[in-house]
Design a protein around this ligand. Structure first.
Ligand SMILES: [Zn+2]
Length: 312
């Protein structure tokens, strides 16, 4: 976690970034959206932990809604997409839902459901009514059954496409062909691939993986999160080694289908900071125009996750 000195250093870096636009010093400028952060509560009476988890397992020990807001707001980030932290809170999405109620307009949520339950689509509808109309899925959603052969996962993709919900796959590069097949079969479903499909997680950014991720762009409703920079390539700020990958995705998807996200609190791993993540998009990529940056830093997430048809 960030110590106090890092936090102060990060805050002064933010003042320096004012010249690049898209920060809170312009009252007319809508703020940045961070399209991916987790939160967890230590109040486990109200928000029970997943089976087998104890308070000692939480690392960092605390990352509450309030700690998140305190960290992001000095950097011009006004809205955040919350992602259910399944290892800690299982499929109990109530901490995210309560945070949305507590801070209206600030958050939207990507929930987790049990794809093997009888009424998975009913559960999705209940969550959508409560404000969480996006769903995170992983390759092991239905045990070891691939998505293409899982009735539950298929029902999720179909239901999402019919009801304006979003499917958010957290996958590795080897799962891209499976995701491609699902996108092919459910072309109306809005999809957001997390964290570059984790290309470069082992340090190697492979052409064959990039090709597979770029291939998904032919489905109109697919998007990619350019995010979690601490986890890919050299895994070190300023993350310039990730720029060619972002360029490649920009060419394939266009900036209107890419969104920046931090993956807090994990962006704070080792000596990475929150402004390190923002700075890659804001300051270090010369092929992105100011308008392109608005899509990556706000408008794509506003459209996909906050339901704005014509985001400012
Ligand atoms: Zn994450």
């Amino acid at each position: 976690m960030m110590n106090r000195r890092d936090f102060l250093a990060a805050s002064s870096a933010c003042v320096a970034m004012g010249a690049s636009g898209l920060v809170a010093d312009d009252a007319d400028e809508p703020g940045i959206i961070d399209a991916h952060s987790h939160i967890w509560a230590r109040d486990i009476k109200s928000y029970p932990l997943a089976e087998g988890m104890t308070l000692d397992d939480l690392k960092p020990p605390s990352f509450t809604t309030e700690e998140l807001l305190e960290l992001v707001r000095p950097h011009g980030v006004t809205r955040v997409v919350l992602i259910q932290h399944r290892p800690f809170h299982g499929v109990d999405n109530s901490y995210m839902l309560d945070s949305m109620k507590k801070y209206p307009g600030v958050f939207t949520a990507v929930a987790c459901v049990d794809a093997t339950q009888d009424d998975v689509t009913g559960e999705m509808t209940r969550l959508q009514k409560a404000g969480a109309g996006a769903f995170r899925i992983t390759p092991s959603e239905d045990g070891t059954t691939p998505w293409t052969e899982s009735d539950g996962v298929r029902a999720m993709w179909k239901h999402a496409g019919e009801h304006g919900m979003v499917i958010c796959p957290l996958i590795n590069p080897e799962h891209l062909p499976m995701a491609d097949q699902m996108c092919e079969e459910y072309p109306d479903t809005s999809v957001v691939i997390d964290h570059f499909a984790r290309i470069g997680g082992d340090g190697q950014i492979r052409e064959s993986d990039l090709k597979n991720l770029a291939k998904l762009a032919r489905h109109r409703h697919t998007h990619v999160k350019t995010s979690a920079f601490y986890a890919f390539g050299k895994k070190q700020a300023p993350y310039d080694d990730l720029i060619p990958m972002i360029r490649r995705l920009c060419d394939a998807y266009g900036p209107e289908r890419l969104m920046w996200a931090s993956d807090l609190p994990y962006q704070l791993n080792s000596d990475n900071t929150y402004p390190d993540s923002l700075a890659l998009i804001q300051d270090r990529i010369d092929f992105l125009s100011p308008s392109d940056k608005q899509w990556l830093l706000r408008k794509t997430a506003a459209r996909v996750y906050f339901g704005e048809s014509d985001p400012a």
